[in-house]
Design a protein around this ligand. Structure first.
Ligand code: SF4
Ligand code: SF4
Length: 75
């Protein structure tokens, strides 16, 4: 179960989270960031490293479906 949420309209696409993820679970391609649920272990390293507080660690009951931000959502 993926507990990391990506807050829309906040990502600067700096790539810091990609660099710290031990599972290579974050994809950053052309201003689009997403987390691969099958790889993510919810370690929250990406949450702590993000300088813009884009990534949130949610308890299961607060989890929203989908963990992806498209370019349209960041405008
Ligand atoms: S989620 Fe945060 S650390 Fe990751 S690319 Fe976006 S701004 Fe950078
Ligand atoms: S919670 Fe951990 S495993 Fe999941 S995307 Fe973030 S750094 Fe990677």
């Amino acid at each position: 179960m993926l507990l990391i949420e990506i807050k829309p309209n906040s990502c600067d696409f700096c790539g810091c989270c990609v660099g710290v993820c031990p599972e290579d679970a974050i994809e950053l391609q052309e201003a689009h960031i997403s987390i691969i649920e099958e790889r993510c272990t919810n370690c929250a390293k990406c949450v702590w490293v993000c300088p813009f507080e884009v990534l949130l660690f949610n308890k299961p009951e607060k989890r929203r479906s989908g963990a992806s931000v498209s370019p349209e959502e960041t405008r």
